[in-house]
Ligand binder design. Structure first.
Ligand SMILES: Cc1cc2nc3c(=O)[nH]c(=O)nc-3n(C[C@H](O)[C@H](O)[C@H](O)COP(=O)(O)O)c2cc1C
Ligand code: SF4
Ligand code: SF4
Length: 362
């Protein structure tokens, strides 16, 4: 294949290896065309010196879909990229494909791909292509991981689609897909916003380690967001903070399959979020200040309720983390949560070490 590109930098962000694997496949296609290509993690990136300049340069961005859009870490990274006039760019969100019988049904990347394309276009890049790739679902806090055969079939399909996409990119032909997903993503924006404002915090606080945990601390070391703190000197156990983006790495790479998401606790948190605390607090404040119900502004009420929910979740989780240290309580909760019976998932050819200590393109 003839191409005018000389250098390519392909960035990825990945929880369980899917987007990393797609970035590697992409780099392989680029190298086969005689182009010098490197695959780099956005977490160790130094884009000013790494993103090639001019029309012989190519930039790629691979990342997972979270709640019908790109993860915030990826959006923030793209916003911080240097301006480049003319450098070509392509975007590949990965998403959860599903297999029913012989058919593979596409996942839904929603607004993620085109949002990133827009940011890069605004920065002066020539965005030649955007195409989402199906990969196995990694959301094992909600669904069981797929069987090996299903994983293989989905990856095979993606490799074929990727070959076609990279042919177009390398010959500088435009290839944009996912307009329907974009429209659906816009319609589903309320869900995306609810996830960003609240859902991700709720999900982060469902994680705990079951009695199989040895306190090895790998989950904390491996977390791309440094969202896990090990609590307890004698008997350390992971504690999930609000920095968690639910990338699913900890849950799927724990060597003892010890990480669970507690559904019973999740239901409890849901009911806690329904307590109309802000209403009573504002009434009380209004009466104290002699304003009667004058402080009953819907905006203030909403903000206070939001602050109450986040604080209440954090406090409830702190108590929950103490309770799950009691082996009998831990056993009971583990028996009651479906994740205990779910198969875990990680991209089969991607060990944790590759994701945690990438060689940064060397
Ligand atoms: C919190 C979360 C939200 C997700 N939301 C979506 C989604 O909206 N649409 C979709 O098709 N897949 C969704 N997925 C599946 C992942 O995007 C998909 O499995 C991806 O390939 C994972 O890539 P990674 O291993 O590089 O992180 C979601 C996964 C997680 C963990
Ligand atoms: S949850 Fe798993 S990875 Fe984390 S400390 Fe326990 S055994 Fe180690
Ligand atoms: S705590 Fe686990 S799920 Fe959350 S960001 Fe870290 S590795 Fe990912």
């Amino acid at each position: 294949m003839k191409t005018s590109f000389q250098h390519a930098t392909i960035y990825y962000y990945s929880g369980t290896g899917n987007s990393y694997r797609v970035a590697e496949w992409t780099a392989e296609a680029v190298r086969q065309a005689g182009v010098d290509a490197r695959v780099l993690s956005i977490l160790q990136a130094r884009p000013k010196s790494e993103v090639p300049e001019g029309e012989t340069g190519l930039l790629g961005l691979c990342f997972p879909t979270h709640a019908f859009t790109a993860p915030w870490t990826v959006i923030r990274f793209a916003l911080g990229l240097p301006k480049r006039a003319g450098t070509h760019a392509f975007i590949i969100p990965t998403r959860a494909g599903m297999k029913f019988g012989r058919f593979i049904v596409d996942g839904m990347e929603g607004t993620g791909g085109y949002l990133l394309a827009l940011i890069l276009h605004w920065k002066g890049y020539q965005v030649t292509g955007m195409r989402a790739m199906n990969m196995p679902s990694n959301w094992t806090a909600l669904f069981p991981g797929y069987k090996h055969k299903t994983v293989e079939a989905i990856e095979r399909q993606s490799l074929e689609r990727l070959a076609d996409f990279m042919d177009a990119i390398l010959s500088a032909k435009k290839q944009y897909r996912g307009i329907v997903a974009l429209i659906l993503g816009i319609l589903l924006l309320p869900i995306t916003i609810a996830y960003i404002l609240l859902g991700r915090y709720w999900l982060a606080k469902l994680f705990y380690a079951n009695n199989n945990c040895t306190g090895c601390g790998l989950c904390a070391e491996n977390c791309p967001e440094s969202a896990i703190r090990m609590h307890g000197k004698q008997n350390p156990r992971p504690y999930w903070t609000y920095s968690c983006t639910s990338c699913m790495r900890c849950m799927n790479y724990c060597p003892h399959n010890a990480i669970e998401a507690s559904y019973p606790f999740g239901i409890g948190l849901y009911f806690l979020s329904q307590v109309p605390m802000a209403y009573f607090l504002l009434r009380w404040l209004g009466q104290r200040l002699g304003l009667g119900d004058g402080l009953q502004s819907p905006f203030l009420n909403g903000m206070l309720q939001y602050a109450f929910i986040l604080l209440a979740f954090a406090l409830a989780y702190w108590i929950f983390a103490l309770l799950v240290r009691i082996p009998s309580v831990n056993r009971l909760l583990t028996t009651l949560t479906p994740t205990h019976y779910y198969r875990r998932y990680r991209e089969p050819a991607t060990p944790a070490a590759v994701l945690v200590h990438p060689d940064h393109g060397k």
